[in-house]
Design a protein around this ligand. Structure first.
Ligand SMILES: NC(=O)c1ccc[n+]([C@@H]2O[C@H](COP(=O)([O-])OP(=O)(O)OC[C@H]3O[C@@H](n4cnc5c(N)ncnc54)[C@H](OP(=O)(O)O)[C@@H]3O)[C@@H](O)[C@H]2O)c1
Length: 329
């Protein structure tokens, strides 16, 4: 069973600001109530959502706040008895790091319903990179796109951590994967994870796609946002589906939306925004087992210590990562 102490180190944000606004502080270890679980955090991934919070772009966040919409670790206490102490769990979403303190700490206390149990001998950096990435990619493929074996998929924003895991999942599903980067030097990062058609984003990806597939792709995942969405829609076949999941450009609204002009004939537009319940324990377990067996790869850019959180956030903001940034508290 994991041991607990009275105090813990955490990265706290008092108000939106630059990376340096994240300060390491000593806080009391939270005390779980029935329905909650106290987790000793072994690793957590960094997410754009936390960047939005730090920049003051997120709605409904209250301060001071321990950021972090996800964490992985080991159950320390669970007063309601839903989880046994020592169980490995991922915790994610549900207001974590936004309306209550999240994963940027040595311990985190979350509602049991926000957790997904698993069992794995993988190192914590690898496990810690997975939950939010996998939930978003899996949710986008299943709920957003209804992706099927044998179909083609275009991933717009392919070198992002979500883009890379989606490529891994799509290949495992038996899809043909086309994936974009703005940087020709990153094409190899795409082929390395199994992308068959890496594309350098010149703003007219639709033309590149239609040279390969004249009718367009069956499915497309939009991760850049509304600046590229019309072109992604043009790359997609009649009755194909585009799922809007990400907005790396920090632009996510369409002004004066006139559907007949905006949407190509017969192309379907959906969106995905997820929760922990979209990641069934069996899906997390199957993915971790596949990684352990060498059948799937987790794209990790770099690991950091908790006291390197400022550097980690600066790297995320500058777009220096090709893959997930992971912190080991
Ligand atoms: N809907 C949901 O439930 C959900 C959940 C989690 C995340 N998300 C969203 O998914 C997106 C991806 O997140 P992530 O954490 O995987 O990202 P990430 O790993 O931080 O992505 C970094 C990469 O994105 C590309 N990029 C950055 N800024 C860009 C811009 N202005 N235009 C085009 N490309 C840009 C760069 O690739 P190149 O230089 O190679 O082009 C960069 O290397 C984010 O928008 C995030 O908010 C959504």
């Amino acid at each position: 069973m994991a041991e607990t102490s009275d105090s813990m180190r955490a990265a706290v944000l008092d108000a939106p600001g630059p990376p340096e606004a994240l300060q390491i502080r000593e806080l009391p270890v939270p005390v779980p109530e029935p329905g909650q679980v106290l987790i000793k955090v072994k690793a957590f991934g960094l997410n754009r959502s936390e960047l939005h919070t730090r920049l003051g772009l997120a709605e409904g966040v209250t301060f001071p706040r321990v950021l972090g919409i996800e964490a992985t670790g080991v159950v320390v206490q669970c007063p309601g008895g839903e989880l046994d102490p020592g169980t490995q769990v991922a915790a994610l979403m549900g207001g974590m790091g936004r309306t209550f303190d999240g994963g940027y700490a040595e311990y985190t206390c979350v509602p049991v319903r926000q957790t997904v149990p698993f069992a794995s001998d993988l190192d914590w950096a690898t496990v810690g990179a997975v939950p939010e990435m996998l939930q978003t990619s899996y949710g986008s493929l299943t709920i957003g796109l209804d992706a099927q074996s044998g179909q083609s998929i275009l991933i717009r924003g392919g070198t992002s951590s979500i883009g890379m895991v989606t490529a891994v999942l799509a290949r495992r599903l038996g899809m043909t994967v086309l994936s974009t980067t703005r940087d020709p030097a990153r094409v190899d990062a795409l082929t390395d994870i199994g992308v068959q058609h890496p594309l350098v984003d010149d703003g007219d990806v639709a033309a590149q796609v239609r040279r390969l597939m004249p009718d367009g792709v069956d499915a497309a995942l939009e991760l850049i946002g509304t600046p590229t969405l019309p072109d992604t829609l043009r790359a997609t076949r009649v009755h194909g589906v585009v799922c809007f999941t990400g907005m790396l450009s920090n632009q996510w609204t369409v002004r004066d939306f006139y559907p007949i002009e905006y949407l190509p004939r017969g192309v379907r537009l959906t969106a995905y925004g997820g929760d922990a319940s979209d990641l069934p324990p069996a899906v997390l377990q199957e993915f971790l087992d596949a990684v352990a067996a060498g059948q799937a790869r987790v794209p990790i850019h770099r690991t950091y210590r908790l006291d390197e959180i400022v550097e980690a956030h600066a790297d995320m903001e500058a777009g220096r990562a090709t893959g997930k940034l992971v912190v080991l508290p």
